[in-house]
Design a protein around this ligand. Structure first.
Ligand code: GRF
Length: 210
């Protein structure tokens, strides 16, 4: 059973998609061992508690320095014996020590088709505002492994979503979540939990069904 830590900062709809997929059995061999938020008011924490999942806040504000916060985060993950870290809207830059300790064992969901509209400053509605102002006809979401860069790690899954002429950033964000993020994040976890994914030379290989 793959033990997951889901790191969140906000509403937690991707966390919910994962909880639901595990509940339905479309994600197998995985359990959410802990949900960690940097924001104590994140609704994601309530979603976790409602499902009996340990949920805690580890906030930089509660530590005297960034180093102490980094240590605390790593200590929690180790204590929970986590196999895979899932970043589901986590708005904190991960410490390098954590990235190295969990090399090829951290995934992130990003609301665009990387390499478009990603990197520093592209989060939340800003991603969708940028897509609309560039006038793309198609956008989507990406699940990728996390390396030291921002949205630069090996790509695991992508799913495209059409942009409609009357879209606002909000309507586009909603469609990308519903049609792409909530689909590919659980899929990615299921593939990893069932031993179908490997990372070689910075590229992902997915084993095909027989
Ligand atoms: C999602 O759009 C995700 O792609 C991005 O942050 C947002 C989190 O939303 N990384 P939620 O908290 O899962 O509702």
């Amino acid at each position: 059973m793959l033990r997951l830590a889901v790191l969140v900062s906000g509403g937690g709809t991707n966390l919910q998609a994962l909880i639901d997929a595990i509940g339905r059995g479309t994600v197998t061999n995985a359990e959410i061992s802990v949900v960690i938020s940097n924001n104590k008011n994140a609704y994601a924490l309530e979603r976790a508690r409602a499902h009996g999942i340990p949920a805690l806040c580890v906030s930089p504000k509660e530590y005297e320095s960034r180093e102490r916060f980094n240590e605390a985060l790593l200590t929690k993950l180790k204590a929970c014996r986590v196999d895979l870290v899932v970043l589901a809207g986590f708005l904190v830059v991960l410490p390098e020590a954590l990235i190295h300790r969990y090399a090829d064992r951290i995934i992130n969901i990003h609301p665009s088709l990387i390499p478009s509209f990603c990197g520093t400053g592209y989060y939340g509605l800003k991603v969708h505002e940028a897509a609309l102002s560039r006038g793309v006809c198609v956008t989507g979401a990406t699940v990728h492994f996390v390396d030291e860069g921002t949205d630069t790690g090996p790509i695991l899954l992508q799913r495209a979503v059409p942009v409609r002429p009357d879209d606002t950033p909000e309507t586009l964000q909603r469609r990308v979540m519903e049609e792409a993020e909530w689909v590919i994040l659980p899929q990615a976890v299921d593939l990893i939990a069932n031993g179908k994914v490997s990372v070689e030379n910075g590229h992902v290989r997915i084993a095909c069904e027989e």
